[in-house]
Write a protein that binds this ligand. Sequence first.
Ligand code: MN
Length: 192
Amino acid sequence: MKYNQPRLPYPVDALQPVISARTVDFHYGKHEKAYIDTLNSLIEGTEYADMSLEEIIVKSDGKLFNNAAQAWNHIFYFFQFAPDGLKEPTGRLKEKIDEQFGSFEEFKKKFEEAGATLFGSGWVWLSCDDKGELYITQGGNASNPMTDGLRPLLTFDVWEHAYYLDYQNKRADYLHRLWDIVDWDIIGIRYS
Ligand code: MN
């Protein structure tokens, strides 16, 4: 097995009440594990076995892309949270958000809207290009902005499995609450 599922940097109940222990257990413990297990079985003995996960995402399609991207996306999603993280961006990232979106509040509104209006399953992303310009994008299923040459900074999972146990059909409520657990220290490190 090439890829092992990394242990979360916080206890399973640390994100409550925003994300319940039960959701973390199912979402990370079962859904994410299945993507990694399938990824491992698909690459074994193929040209992809020696590539980095990022390379696989950019170069593959179909079932391999779906499982590779989902494996990567979920680690990126769960590792951006902390129960006592930094609640707002600082430094250059804060300046850039203010410059491009008007304010942090306006940015959050736009990001939530992108998540709420995505039809079906997928992800909403904040990414940057090589010049540090920021982009909010939404993409269906296993999409990842790396395939468009962007560098992901922040993502909200809008598959129903991410919120249904805690919020049922209220996706907008789930998106709005996630800001309480995003650690902007981590997003700032990704940006720099
Ligand atoms: Mn998910």
